[in-house]
Design a protein around this ligand. Structure first.
Ligand code: ADP
Length: 157
């Protein structure tokens, strides 16, 4: 049987406890998980690609089957390159579902059968998004409930 490889794509700007929970719950479901930052050239992130990758490295180094990467262009092309048959995504609410359903159906077609697997967010993380975290940071608020401790400390400095 071929290796079950999943790509977990996102902007991770910054990575949140919601993202981490999703990966932790998936490590036994796949042989390998590639947490990959998709670079959108028309959208400048709050944090640099290097910083986001550094944070992902620290967070996931304890998992032997989790790898960190980044890519430009279509997610399906990156999956093909990596020989990944699965995408991993999280669902927090009905708007996530509406958006993800369309993308998943498109990716199944243009990705030659690429399957998207969804995990429903834990209730304690369903209100957490990188977008909200960025807004709190810009407003000078405390994000220690939403991101790992070491990231919250780095952000505060
Ligand atoms: P966000 O949507 O938070 O700005 P990303 O674009 O990096 O962040 O999202 C990548 C993936 O992570 C998406 O599938 C998204 O649904 C999932 N995700 C983000 N936050 C959470 C959370 N709190 N719980 C579960 N899944 C999440």
């Amino acid at each position: 049987m071929s290796k079950k490889i999943a790509v977990f794509p996102g902007s991770f700007d910054p990575i949140t406890l919601g993202h981490i929970d999703l990966v932790e719950r998936s490590v036994d479901l796949f042989d390998e998980i590639i947490v990959a930052i998709g670079i959108n050239s028309s959208k400048k992130g709050l944090y640099s690609l290097e910083k986001r990758l550094e944070w992902l490295d620290v967070v996931f180094k304890k998992y032997s089957n989790v790898r960190v990467a980044h890519f430009e262009g279509l997610t399906v092309n990156f999956c093909k390159e990596q020989k990944a048959g699965f995408l991993l995504r999280g669902l927090r609410n009905a708007s996530d579902f509406d958006y993800e359903k369309t993308i998943s159906q498109l990716n199944h077609i243009i990705g030659d059968g690429l399957e998207t697997t969804f995990l429903i967010s834990k209730p304690e993380y369903s209100h957490v998004s990188s977008t909200i975290v960025r807004e709190i940071i810009k407003g000078g608020g405390d994000v220690s409930s939403f991101v790992p401790e070491f990231i919250a400390q780095e952000i505060e400095i």
